[in-house]
Structures are given as C-alpha cells and as structure tokens.
Unconditional design. Structure first.
Length: 207
C-alpha cells in the first residue's frame, strides 16, 4: 500500500500517554492506591480498558457512584508522587525534533493539564500547543480540540493528522474528519487502520 506523505500536512498532532510517554506504571500505581483508599474494588485491568477518555468519563464508564471529585483528587495525588515512573518511548524524541522543525506540533491528550505539563517538562519535550479537557474545550472523542486548532492556525481538516494508540483516538480522528496514524507501540490493542506504525522511529517513513 502506498503511504501518504506527511509533507502534505501542516500540523502533526500527538496523543500523550501511550504515544510520547509510557505512563502505564504510573497510572497502575495511582489507580491501585486510589481504588484501595476509596474502597472501589476495581482492578487496574478494568480501568485500563478505557484509557484515552478523560478521567471523569472513565469513572462513569466504570459505573462508580461515589464522589468523583475526591477520587480524582486522590488519583492525581498518587500520580504526582510517582511521576518518576514515566518515561518517553525510544525514538519518539528524535521524531518530535524533526516535527518541530518542519511542522506545527500539537499535543491533544485526555490528561489534566497540570500533570501533562509536568510530564513534558520532566522529559524535556517541547511543543507548539497542548490541549487538554477543560470547561472551554471538551475532551476526546469530541472534535472541539481540532476545531480550535483549525481556527487558531487557519487550516483545514486535510492539513492535520493525529497520531494515537487506542481505538478511542481513532474515533476522535474520525469524528474530527482528519487522518489518523495508529501508534501500535502504545496501550491500545491492534485494530484496522489505514496508516499505522509499529515503532516511533518508523514514523519517519511516512515523510
């Protein structure tokens, strides 16, 4: 299959967890401690099924009835205690450096902004724009973040590509009517996608 050249794009968008950073150990520790503290009795394997959604949406999907704000506060607390467990994937930094020189580099993540910024700073990752769920912009799979980017940079859907690792990221790209590259090194299971890469270093093949 002939691969589409990324040079046709103007903006390269990345998911954060499972694409740029491997934070699975951090999340596992934070969730297990949060689950225990709040008597949730929900294994991390269940939580993991919904990675890619904003945290509060995950709680809803897990059918938790308790105080969401307290659970969220506890999770963020335990996560921040273990930020040293988060590392970048081999090869991703080199690709990001290339993107920064040739394209607009945006990060669209379901992570809260405070922790996302800490993760990026701790791992020396530069970027042009980062978008997280907020009162002004809905998180994935809503297309509001892509609409924001289109308005900010005066570009069209065809000018943007999103690189993500889960089927939820694929749904987000589909809802946004933009191209999608499946990062198969991440947390998500394999699924049918027109464009995919098994390793971060192989993303360069699309250019």
């Amino acid at each position: 299959m002939k691969k589409k050249s990324l040079k046709k794009y103007k903006i390269i968008c990345f998911d954060l967890d499972g694409v740029i950073i491997n934070s699975i150990k951090n999340m596992e520790i934070a969730w297990n401690k949060t689950s225990k503290k709040n008597d949730l009795n929900i294994q991390f394997s269940m939580y993991k099924k919904f990675l890619g959604f904003p945290f509060l949406q995950i709680l809803k999907k897990l059918k938790i009835k308790k105080d969401f704000k307290k659970i969220q506060k506890d999770f963020y607390y335990f996560s921040n205690l273990n930020l040293n467990k988060i590392k970048t994937y081999p090869g991703i930094k080199n690709f990001i450096k290339y993107v920064l020189k040739n394209y607009i580099f945006c990060i669209i993540t379901s992570k809260d902004k405070s922790r996302a910024l800490k993760c990026l700073k701790n791992n020396s990752i530069n970027y042009d724009l980062i978008l997280c769920p907020s009162d002004k912009i809905k998180g994935k799979p809503s297309n509001e973040s892509i609409n924001y980017i289109k308005n900010k940079y005066k570009v069209n859907n065809r000018d943007i590509v999103y690189i993500g690792d889960t089927v939820h990221d694929y749904t987000f790209a589909k809802n946004s009517k933009i191209d999608f590259i499946h990062a198969r090194w991440g947390y998500g299971t394999k699924f049918k996608s027109k464009y995919f890469s098994n390793l971060p270093k192989n993303l360069i093949k699309f250019i």
